[in-house]
Design a protein around this ligand. Sequence first.
Ligand code: NAG
Ligand code: NAG
Ligand code: NAG
Length: 927
Amino acid sequence: MGNWLLILTICAAAIQSCVAVDRGNFKTCDQNAFCKRQRATQPGNSPWEILLDSLNSTINSLQVQVISSRSQARLQLQLIALADSTLHFELDEVNPIKLRYRAQESLSGSPQLSSLKITEQSSDSISLSFGGTGKAILLVKPFRLDVYDGDQLVISVNARGLLNFEHQRVRKSNEAARNEEPASEPTEGETTAEAEIKHPDEKPVEEEEEPGLWEETFKSHVDSKPYGPTSVGVDISFPGSRHVYGIPEHADTFALKQTKNGDPYRLYNTDVFEYELYNPMALYGAVPFMMAKRQQGTVGIFWNNAAETYVDIEESSSGSVVSSLMNLVSGGGNEPHQQTHWFSESGIIDLYIMIGPTPKDVVRQYGSLTGKTPLPQRFALGYHQCRWNYNDQEDVHSVNKGFDLHDIPYDVLWLDIEHTDSKKYFTWDPVKFPDPLEMVHNLTANGRKLVTIVDPHMKRDSSYFFHEHCEQNDFYVKDKSGKIYEGWCWPGSASYPDFFNPAVRDYWASRFALDKYEGTSLDVYTWNDMNEPSVFNGPEVTMPKDCLHYGGYEHRDVHNMYGMMVVEGTIRGQLMRSDYKLRPFVLSRSFFAGSQRFGAVWTGDNIADWEHLAIAVPMLLSLSVSGIPFCGADVGGFFNNPNTELLTRWYQAGAFQPFFRGHAHLHTKRREPWLFDEQTNKLIKASIKKRYTYLPYWYTLFYEHEKTAVPPMRPLWMEYPQDAETFSMDNQYLLGDSILVHPVVRSGEQEVSVYFPGVDTLWYEIETYKVYEAPGYQTIPVAIEKIPIFQRGGTIVPKKERARRASSLMTKDPYTFIVTLDKQGKAQGRLYIDDGQSLEYQKGSYIILELNMEGHTLSSKVTNQGAFETPELIEKIVIVGLSRAPSSIADNTGRILEYRYDATSQSLVLRKPNFSVSNEWSVNLKM
Ligand SMILES: *[C@@H]1O[C@H](CO)[C@@H](O)[C@H](O)[C@H]1NC(C)=O
Ligand SMILES: *[C@@H]1O[C@H](CO)[C@@H](O)[C@H](O)[C@H]1NC(C)=O
Ligand SMILES: *[C@@H]1O[C@H](CO)[C@@H](O)[C@H](O)[C@H]1NC(C)=O
């Protein structure tokens, strides 16, 4: 949740000017010295050149120095070939005064190396080959890297000459002082760096005059910059690509927009109150990953830098200097393409280039660098009921009973900050929650779970064990003077554990042990909120950049990764408390590249209005293609009260998005579904139940994600990469390759125009089996009870159709398969099954049914047969797209099966075949 109370106070003080987001709390590029400096870099005149006589190479890599003809500053370039058509580009200072921070925690391990060959070398360029089809050319003067897929130029680095690497320097005044005082001899590193800056062109005097190099003020906050200007930036162009995606988190369209006439997209994790839509302002999380799409191919780049980062996007105009340069190389037409400009306040240029060529190739390549989301427990894919706050254990009891009474399934009840004793995490309010264990037991008796919030701001209270322990062990983040940093957050005065210190994460993790975190059981999971970190009285509502972390790094260097490190500790705590038997579950508001390895995220504090419902689709698609597939938006909207139509539509949409949680602000009206009129209650219940019927499909998709990195929720172009109609689509998406969703996101909507992708492809509406032919748009009526969802012809989707109170009560329920035939009468699908909760599946304890329909025979093949035992049966098979009834149906043992054929919907229902999911079987339709 946001810093609502604080804003409330501010609003009360200035009631006339209380608007939604307080933009004034957040910097624009113009108010940010490094953004202004980097953005002012002029294209077309890059001073950087390769020093060929410094060239060195191994079978996997190449090292060479790059020098600025203006300042003589030297950079070390390293190119490393990685497995799966990936090239790692690293640019750092030669002999820096202070080692620059390198983000490592984003990576899931050491990337696998591949071979890098120098195929040609001249005084102008070095040609390289890497991976399978990858080729690259390093141009010497000016320095530039062109990357090819086969013969097609796909990525060009520094083609516009915007490389701007601010080397560290000694402040002029300090330097003068030092010269008079021989006692403080500079170290070896400093000598080199200083030698570089004494070049006459460097003009240190002018630098002193440019404001913001050594100190910067925003509102009342002064950012001291002991290392001076350290920002790094370069341009990256995507010849042939008209569309770029990714770099979440922004409340903007899925296909990213041009930024020339406004601010660049900003990546700086912040707690933004009532965020505005369709703008490039930073939000709670940052993933510096981008995908660029051409008609014929896809590439990706990962800018592995945890400091504040900006991305400018500008479409090249044909005939510009740069585009003609491009043409020279590619020999292609002069089509406009996307040019991007990336810059970060500190760190190095640590760039991973992935050449696809399909969208699924790129997500796999990125997934092997930063990791995938491990299969969650099944309950985590069910419905979550949250509110700030369920007031006390009686309230929890009655909400839980309410779901039973009204026959609405849900899996998890959530407790926000008010459940704690004075906002001291890992504790309970003794008056409101005197018997937490009994409360948890009452939930689990119904197959449900509890989530409690655990935030990283620790109340500065000497009677609080956590605070005392952090003080005693020196676990807190320090301010610039080396004293423990104190900020203001929910508990009042608070300090922040330094999660970059492994000992701090170990301690944090240990506190989740059941004997340490009293009142919890293995059925209690965790919500890490406010982990940007949110600091109510800090600059831009977060921690000052000159705060100090483990290893001597500044907060500026690591900011965007703080939230992820909190979650890493939490995940490990949950694993440890179950002796590494149960899969963990954590929801986090803040995230970075790699956060997907630790669980789910949501889009933060949204608003109960139609625009926020609509923006959830592009926001979740951006997360999904950027490696974070387990994501959702607060159903109903966090702030304000949705009317019943909006709430109904929101449940209908949320039921078909990966993380499905209802949540509401402290000052909103209660929203449990039964508090509304009968029709609304009925429709919300129907949406939630529909979610539960598709859980086997969701679960299979998440399993496949862990194997392939392909996200369950995906843009249409991930399956139809050449269909240009889908490239900037914000209002519909696919679940897996089988289900098409077009949520209704406008008030009073009577019909929607749905685009059906594919050539010669059929799509069946999931309730009526009405069939639509692709490609093209069709008008679909959407009365209030209608969720426009379609299953592609040629697929088989597994479902469980018996309604239960929670997913854990469905484990033994039988399956239904929906078989929708394509024009050839064929269909394929798969079902993944395991115990739904433990880590045994990673050791092979699971089964996969491959289902195939062809020539009027539907058959199952079991992968891993016998590895996982389950009593689950198949109780129903629906075959859709049959133009006439068969004369009889028999299974592989000759048993005649009962069925019912419906000519109107051209569908056939096979009732109670009772096949075991563990055995192979087939049914033959005698036509
Ligand atoms: C090349 O690398 C080798 C091994 O790391 C090193 O000994 C040598 O000095 C390097 N040469 C240059 C020109 O950097
Ligand atoms: C647990 O459930 C029992 C039976 O419904 C109820 O009497 C009791 O108050 C519940 N306890 C808590 C702590 O919710
Ligand atoms: C499947 O099981 C149900 C219930 O046990 C039974 O009524 C039905 O006849 C069985 N179907 C077949 C084809 O044996």
